[in-house]
Design a protein around this ligand. Structure first.
Ligand SMILES: NC(=O)c1ccc[n+]([C@@H]2O[C@H](COP(=O)([O-])OP(=O)(O)OC[C@H]3O[C@@H](n4cnc5c(N)ncnc54)[C@H](OP(=O)(O)O)[C@@H]3O)[C@@H](O)[C@H]2O)c1
Length: 262
């Protein structure tokens, strides 16, 4: 796709979304950086800042001529074992990561169709490729988006709309910082040893933390990659994981990881 026309990014107040909005504008897209609190857009140059809370349909207004939608807004929770994860956490994550994304996307489809096509870019997570303990709620919300994206891709290809999925690894944002501590699961004696081992493993990927602007560069490359695949990483770790996943029988890939954790 040529870098022109209107692009909308959700959750562009900070982190990956903000960096993607800046990168889209730099490439030539007329970019709308949307966020819950537009005051957070102060300092963003070359983009329009608009309010959009994906969980509040009354704030969702997309422009005519929409060519690119980046569904980036996302939340996570404390990483608890499934037996301790409160129902409210499931509901909060799904409200934003799944139902919010669906609400924005269903309004984008007719606008993109009218504009002659475009790209819907869903930001999920490379964690869905690994059976990471205590991450079931977050991973489930992202895996739901994987399934939604696949079906949507099949529905809207006929309109010239490409649906892609970005599966980030560890990108240096507030979300990564918040998760960069021993898992809350360690507070439960039955899970302490596993949580501690997980934390030790985390130390081994620190050198692969990737700046948000580098991830954004790869994300916008993927958006412009007309004949590209459905799924992309946006950092060395996620690109490696995706290559491993693609090259291996999936059951063996997950099975091998489960073995290394037990
Ligand atoms: N960083 C990573 O390592 C990583 C890895 C895998 C996947 N991801 C995914 O990448 C995406 C961006 O994450 P990030 O690391 O940039 O996280 P972040 O720094 O925590 O930023 C999250 C963004 O989402 C916005 N948001 C949250 N709830 C929203 C809502 N209801 N409506 C609109 N915006 C909302 C936040 O807005 P406020 O400022 O208003 O809170 C913020 O702009 C997420 O989908 C995340 O799951 C990140």
């Amino acid at each position: 796709m040529e870098p022109n026309g209107t692009a909308v990014v959700t959750g562009a107040s900070r982190g990956i979304g903000r960096a993607v909005a800046i990168e889209l504008a730099a490439r030539g897209f007329d970019t709308i950086a949307t966020m819950r609190d537009p005051a957070a857009g102060a300092g963003l140059e070359g983009v329009r800042v608009e309010k959009l809370d994906v969980t509040d349909p009354s704030t969702i207004s997309l422009p005519d001529g929409l060519r690119v939608l980046v569904n980036n807004a996302g939340v996570e929770s404390d990483n608890e074992p499934l037996e301790h994860m409160p129902r409210e956490s499931w509901e909060r994550l799904f409200a934003t990561n799944v139902f919010g994304l669906v609400e924005v996307t269903r309004r984008a489809v007719p606008l993109m169709r009218a504009a002659g096509g475009g790209v819907i870019c869903n930001v999920t997570s490379s964690s869905t490729l690994a059976p990471v303990p205590f991450l079931g709620t977050y991973r489930a919300s992202k895996a739901a988006v994987t399934a939604i994206g696949e079906s949507l891709a099949a529905e809207v290809a006929q309109f010239g709309i490409r649906v892609i999925e970005i599966m980030p690894g560890p990108i240096e944002t507030d979300m990564l910082t918040a998760s960069d501590r021993p898992p809350v699961a360690a507070e439960h004696s039955e899970y302490r040893e596993l949580a501690n081992r997980l934390w030790e493993g985390r130390q081994g990927i620190r050198d692969q933390y990737t700046p948000a602007n580098e991830a954004a560069r790869r994300i916008v490359d993927a958006i412009c990659d007309d004949d590209g695949p459905l799924r992309y990483g946006c950092d060395d770790l996620s690109e490696g994981m995706l290559a491993g996943w693609n090259a291996t029988d999936n059951a063996r890939w997950v099975g091998g990881m489960l073995k290394s954790m037990s």
